[in-house]
Design a protein around this ligand. Structure first.
Ligand SMILES: *[C@@H]1O[C@H](CO)[C@@H](O)[C@H](O)[C@H]1NC(C)=O
Ligand SMILES: *[C@@H]1O[C@H](CO)[C@@H](O)[C@H](O)[C@H]1NC(C)=O
Ligand SMILES: *[C@@H]1O[C@H](CO)[C@@H](O)[C@H](O)[C@H]1NC(C)=O
Ligand SMILES: *[C@@H]1O[C@H](CO)[C@@H](O)[C@H](O)[C@H]1NC(C)=O
Ligand SMILES: *[C@@H]1O[C@H](CO)[C@@H](O)[C@H](O)[C@H]1NC(C)=O
Length: 407
């Protein structure tokens, strides 16, 4: 069997001094107690610290993506002192806790007139090598939220590292207090011309669709995008908090007979739902599709909240169980019920609040996960002497061995 990690790690071995190869289906590529950046000079770093532009304790990684030799990480401006909100790292790890290199460059993160990048939540890379970056335009969400620029989709060509498109989400689709947090791509042709972007609004419960061909946006609302009241009450490692978060996780099933399903769930929910992408790709259906959004099966139970999810090439969905320090799996060919849901990884140190989860375009495919102890960050409970943030990788084939998802 081809082992994706063996291949990644063979590269790491060849290029650095790492001597032991973890032969397991999930592992940590990078981990940080607190995060640092590659400043232009030590002097500039010191100036940023002194004037409050860089407050190390406030930096938290949220989104992750991988393209070829690089891993991209977002660090949203949720509190003051985040000097850059999108960075890259080499996939060949030369140190365990490297500083982040702002991407595409520092300049993109320092303009204060909405011509640059304001605050990135998540990003998604299409199979043509363009990274679609979701810039919320909002800062200090955990302090005094301010919408300083309009939410914008930014397209960056990863071969040239040039911004090749900027698409402001039209005002009529950004409601008061909207918080657009997640993004997935539906690209079906070799040149990525027939590309649609699906964007979730976690606070005002909407699904915005962007059609790249003519830069058109439209937005669906549906009652299945709402949170469940009792699932909005979370307790994680003794920390109790309430999040009334709606539509969040989305993943695309495999293409079949001219269509493919979009699976989705609210963050504060134990249910998975499904809609055909042929419906949401048609702007004429925005007021005429209520019955197309369907419950998928059984509840995941009282601690069944899930953040991100993704479906691999073999049709296995992986999803982050945020209150169970775990990553779950489901074979999309089977019924969605508890006995068909497996756990591929569980760890009460490394997987505390697994947050983003993406599958890359490599062969074999590799999964990428960020775990970030987000509730502890929100309430300033993280210990700077411990590892709080991790970029992890997952081999989707070996991870399902001996689980109900093995096929
Ligand atoms: C925005 O700010 C950047 C960097 O400070 C500057 O180069 C650019 O000219 C400004 N653009 C506008 C439209 O003000
Ligand atoms: C919320 O969770 C806490 C901690 O488990 C519990 O004490 C409280 O009763 C819960 N509230 C509701 C409304 O269920
Ligand atoms: C859907 O309904 C809204 C509100 O009534 C309206 O503004 C919009 O034009 C309608 N869209 C379509 C495609 O019918
Ligand atoms: C709603 O959509 C269905 C399926 O495309 C179509 O048959 C029907 O005519 C539409 N109804 C309206 C009022 O647009
Ligand atoms: C983690 O799990 C181990 C083994 O089950 C247990 O001994 C330990 O107390 C747990 N730690 C936390 C922080 O929950």
């Amino acid at each position: 069997m081809l082992n994706a990690l063996a291949i990644i790690l063979a590269g790491i071995i060849a290029n650095s001094n790492v001597s032991s190869v973890p032969q397991k289906p999930i592992g940590t590529l990078y981990r940080w107690k607190q995060m640092d950046f590659v400043f232009p000079s030590p002097e500039e770093r010191e100036i940023a610290v002194n004037n409050g532009q860089y407050v190390q304790a406030n930096v938290i990684p949220l989104g992750v993506e991988r393209w070829k030799s690089r891993v991209f990480v977002s660090t949203p401006r949720w509190k003051k002192g985040i000097p850059a909100s999108l960075s890259c790292l080499p996939i060949v790890a030369e140190e365990a806790s490297p500083p982040l290199t702002p991407y595409p460059s520092w300049d993109w993160h320092t303009a204060d007139n909405c011509t640059g990048i304001t605050s990135v939540f998540r990003m998604a890379i299409d199979h043509c090598g363009v990274m679609w970056v979701l810039d919320s335009g909002q800062v200090e969400a955990f302090e005094t939220p301010r919408q300083i620029c309009p939410p914008t989709l930014i397209a960056i060509n990863l071969e040239t590292d040039k911004v090749v498109g900027r698409f402001q989400i039209p005002e009529q689709f950004v409601l008061q207090d909207s918080l657009i947090t997640n993004i997935i791509l539906d690209s079906r042709d070799p040149q990525c011309k027939d590309l649609h972007v699906y964007i979730s609004d976690v606070r005002r419960f909407g699904l915005t669709v962007f059609r790249v061909a003519d830069a058109a946006f439209w937005r669906f609302s549906h009652y299945t995008f709402y949170p469940e009241p009792l699932l909005s009450n979370y307790t994680l490692h003794g920390v109790n908090f309430q999040w009334t978060d709606g539509l969040f996780g989305m993943s695309l099933g495999n293409y079949h007979l001219g269509d493919r399903p979009l699976y989705y769930h609210a963050m504060s929910s134990s249910f998975e739902f499904v809609v055909s992408t042929s419906v949401i790709r048609d702007p004429a259906r925005v007021n005429n599709s209520t019955d197309e959004f369907k419950l998928l099966g059984e509840s995941r139970g009282p601690i069944g909240q899930v953040s991100a999810a993704a479906v691999d090439r073999n049709g296995i969905m992986f999803f982050n169980l945020v209150l169970q320090d775990s990553i779950g799996c489901w074979d999309t060919r089977k019924e969605y019920k508890v006995e068909n849901l497996g756990i591929v990884a569980k760890n009460n140190k490394t997987l505390v609040f697994p947050n983003d989860l993406r599958l890359d375009h490599e062969i074999p495919q590799v999964g990428w996960i960020i775990s970030n102890r987000l509730p502890m960050y929100q309430f300033n409970l993280n210990n700077p002497d411990e590892y709080n943030y991790r970029v992890m990788f997952l081999d989707p084939v070996t991870a399902i061995a001996n689980t109900v998802c093995q096929y």
